[in-house]
Design a protein around this ligand. Structure first.
Ligand code: MLT
Length: 397
């Protein structure tokens, strides 16, 4: 008899975003003709940069000729793209990486879900609370114990180092959903803790290009000693609009050690995992990624990042009169208190019914998210402006 992984029974019934989509669809069916404005999921809406489009076309054209056609590529990603990422980390952040420490994938969601598979199931996992649900759900599926690190108004939404011994620590900066960005000193405290306790930090930097304050770190490797204890996951989704195109990467430094493994062992294990489970990112998409990484692509992509950040400013400005608003300064997410401590899902329904705006209920990101909601700055400007006006005019708070 085949048995199932009963850890699935411990999960909440549905993943957060499909549940939001289900409720939105139900509302739409009951209220045909009502225009709904979506500031829920962090899904990009603006066209790809022209230079990136050229790269994607180049990738297609290469497949049309026998001299340039490629089939399977390296599971770890094309050498040229791995080198381009290493060069970008050096020139933009002064972080030195070997290209072979960088593993290209079809997105940061898969990597942040899969990375836990190379660690023991007896590891105790610390997550920021609230956090991107993938960290918690994948570790519950694997049967690990979770320790929540509360992020609240008192600690400016960045947690104190764990008071109990933990083995894997997930940090996301800028944080999804709160938009909080730790300082160098705050990250240093975590690196120090990880090294002292032989813990490994999994650092999700998917939104790092939204940090405009130059004193804030974009990569954990800007912190001394981090290569010995941290893995970084990153994405082309939010920095280059690849949410539908799919491209990401994970950095596993050779210096990283876990328990008493030798340096390089964790890198080899991730290499083994990826070569076994994955056949490499699409060759066309990697050509697009190469264009996104070069100087022209970067400049064009940053224009789009600024566009979304102007949305964030408009939302922030528009909500400040009615709500206590956090985030949205170095991140494309705003983290907002529900009025009178209202339950997050109840407020989700109220927002949809009265203002016809979709937001994300804070409790979907963890227990400390209760009493908050997240507003995404990804959207067409006109839609964002309409949503803000509708909240101001129609929401009864
Ligand atoms: C979010 O809205 O939190 C993200 O867009 C979801 C994701 O990146 O998977």
């Amino acid at each position: 008899m085949a048995t199932i992984n009963s850890n699935y029974n411990k999960l909440k019934a549905g993943y957060l975003f499909p549940e939001i989509a289900r409720r939105t669809k139900e509302f739409q069916e009951k209220n045909p003709g009502v225009e709904i404005m979506r500031l829920g999921i962090g899904n990009t809406t603006e066209p790809l940069a022209p230079h990136v489009i050229e790269g994607l076309h180049r990738g297609v054209d290469k497949l049309a000729k026998v001299e340039t056609y490629t089939g399977y590529g390296d599971e770890q990603g094309n050498t040229s793209l791995r080198k381009a990422i290493a060069e970008a980390y050096k020139s933009r952040l002064n972080v030195t990486l070997e290209p072979t420490e960088i593993f290209i994938s079809d997105g940061a969601k898969c990597d942040s879900a899969n990375i836990q598979t190379i660690f023991g199931t007896n590891n105790i996992v610390a997550v920021q609370d609230p956090a991107y649900p993938v960290y918690v759900d994948t570790n519950i599926i694997a049967g690990r114990e979770i320790v929540y690190m509360p992020c609240n108004e008192k600690n400016y939404f960045f947690p104190e180092i764990p008071s109990v011994k933990v083995d894997l620590i997930y940090l996301c900066s800028p944080n999804n959903p709160t938009g909080a960005v730790p300082t160098r000193q705050e990250l240093y405290e975590f690196v120090k803790y990880a090294k002292q306790n032989k813990a490994v930090i999994i650092f999700d930097a998917a939104y790092s290009e939204y940090i405009s304050n130059p004193s804030l770190p974009k990569s954990i490797y800007e912190i001394d000693g981090a290569k010995e204890c941290a893995i970084e996951v990153n994405s082309f989704s939010k920095s280059a609009g690849f949410t539908g195109v799919r491209l990401g990467f994970t950095i596993v430094p050779y210096a990283l050690v876990a328990e008493d493994t030798t340096a390089g062992r964790v890198n080899q294990m991730w290499n083994r995992r990826q070569t076994t489970f994955f056949n490499g990112a699409s060759n066309i998409v990697q050509e697009g990624g190469l264009s996104a990484m070069d100087a022209t692509g970067y400049v064009q992509n940053m224009d789009t990042v600024r566009y979304y950040m102007e949305n964030a400013r408009i939302i922030r400005h528009g909500l400040m009169d009615k709500f206590v608003v956090y985030g949205g300064k170095d991140a494309p997410f705003l983290w907002v208190k529900t009025p009178n401590g209202m339950d997050s899902w109840k407020f989700f329904d109220k927002m949809l019914e009265e203002a016809h705006v979709v937001i994300t209920p804070g409790s979907g990101f963890g227990p400390s998210g209760e009493g908050f909601f997240r507003v995404s700055a990804f959207g067409h400007r006109s839609n964002v402006e309409k949503a803000v006006v509708s909240i101001q005019k129609n929401l009864r708070v």
